[in-house]
Design a protein around this ligand. Structure first.
Ligand code: UDP
Length: 323
């Protein structure tokens, strides 16, 4: 089986590529190394089943050549992280929408199944807190970057879905909720590696707002198992699936636990959202996935609890800071 992983040098992509190789697949990684890194692929580069191509999913000729002859494309390449997206909104929007269009058009030409990575951000500021795949998308104005990012990923879903409905392209949409684990860079704003780095450095942990907002963090190995389970399940084609952990933790509790687990002298610093993200930013107070659809389709359930996840993040950031 030949699998193309776009964004394969990234955090989720590199774990996915490793898991696919382990199960005997031939893996072609396409990544422009904008946020991904070859360091993530240390264990894979040079492996006979792995080909790494440095390039962008906006490069139509490259994408066409790679997709021809593949059995499935797992399209993870995208702008990642609230911080990066806020800093470079236009670039993020174009990469997300045009990049997915290029991938899907190539997949259609060559009749290749595509799995498109989306995000829990698509639910926007819907206040329900727990989201099944049929939940409403609720956005603010297009002048606020968080909503345009959500729009870009929602557009990716639309492209996938209509190619499935109207052109018969086999597609699967994955809505990832917060994913964490080894190799997630603290540089793009993701909260847990940031807190771990701050705690280890003895710096204040920057909790935005009052810290009572909560998230559900899924270990990347569970996320990868979900992707593979959906890839293997023919009944998943045409579907949209939440992928995430259901255990919630308030951000301030995550900060406290990280301080405790690392034995850090760091304090918690409450940072107003305005200072953290500038004007117009709205946080999502609560965001938990309903995962009954993926569970019913594949039997998948996350296996790591939040305590193990925090330990894994701390261990990874500690190892990095020792190097
Ligand atoms: N957050 C925080 N301090 C940080 C980074 C993030 O308190 O240094 C908060 C952020 O406001 C949000 C949560 O942690 O409520 C998760 O943020 P992240 O950017 O990791 O993911 P999001 O769920 O917002 O996409």
């Amino acid at each position: 089986m030949r699998v193309i992983v776009t964004g394969g040098a990234g955090f989720i992509g590199s774990h996915l590529a490793g898991a696919l190789v382990e199960r005997g697949a031939e893996v072609v990684i396409v990544d422009d190394l904008s946020t991904g890194s070859l360091l993530n692929l240390e264990a894979l580069i040079g492996h006979p089943a792995v080909t790494f191509l440095e390039g962008s999913v906006l490069d139509e000729a490259l994408v066409d050549a790679v997709v021809a002859g593949a059995d499935v494309v797992i399209h993870l390449a995208a702008a990642v992280g609230v911080k990066l997206v806020m800093e470079r909104p236009l670039d993020s929007f174009v990469r997300n929408v045009r990049g997915t269009e290029v991938i899907i058009e190539a997949a259609e030409r060559h009749g290749v199944k595509v799995m498109v990575a989306s995000t829990s951000e698509v639910y926007g500021k819907n206040k329900s807190g727990v989201f099944d795949e049929g939940a409403d998308f609720v956005y603010g104005p297009t002048t606020v970057t968080r909503w345009t990012y959500a729009l870009s990923k929602a557009t990716d879903e639309v492209l996938a879905h209509y190619h499935y409905l109207e052109r018969g392209l086999p597609t699967v949409v994955l809505r990832f909720f917060n994913t964490v684990g080894p190799r997630q860079s603290p540089d793009f704003g993701m909260v847990l590696p940031r807190f771990a780095r701050q705690a280890i450095a003895g710096e204040p942990l920057t909790v935005y707002g009052d810290g009572r907002q909560s998230r559900c963090f899924c270990h990347v190995e569970d996320t990868v198992a979900a992707i593979v389970a959906l890839m293997d399940e023919p009944g998943a084609v045409g579907g949209i699936f939440n992928v995430g952990n259901t255990e919630e933790i308030a951000i301030i509790d995550a900060a406290r636990t990280i301080i405790e687990k690392t034995g850090s002298p760091s304090a918690i610093e409450l940072v107003p959202y305005l200072d953290a993200y500038g004007p117009g930013f709205e946080d999502i107070p609560r965001r938990a996935p309903d995962i009954s659809a993926i569970h019913a389709m594949t039997g998948w359930l996350p296996t790591r609890n939040v305590d193990e996840i925090l330990d894994a993040v701390i261990a990874d950031v500690t190892a990095e800071s020792v190097v």
